[in-house]
Design a protein around this ligand. Structure first.
Ligand code: SF4
Ligand code: SF4
Length: 68
């Protein structure tokens, strides 16, 4: 099961709040092979779809994702 730390995730209230990137952070969304990650106001992980591949963890430069 993937857990997200919303204090570390730079996507908040529907926008990227990172000071270190010019564009919206899409690392975790693009990395996921099964489209288990969606984003509106915040990033949501659908653990029913997730296959525990870890791709999103290494893709997230903020260290916001972890495997439990
Ligand atoms: S562990 Fe893999 S399948 Fe699960 S949310 Fe992350 S990228 Fe997607
Ligand atoms: S890659 Fe990390 S910081 Fe960026 S939206 Fe995903 S969880 Fe948040």
């Amino acid at each position: 099961m993937i857990k997200i730390n919303y204090d570390k995730c730079c996507w908040r209230d529907g926008e990227c709040t990172s000071c270190s990137c010019d564009e919206e952070c899409t690392g975790c969304l693009e990395a996921c092979p099964v489209e288990a990650i969606t984003r509106d106001d915040k990033v949501i992980i659908d653990n029913e779809k997730c296959i525990d591949c870890d791709a999103c963890i290494s893709a997230c430069e903020k260290g916001a994702l972890s495997l439990e």
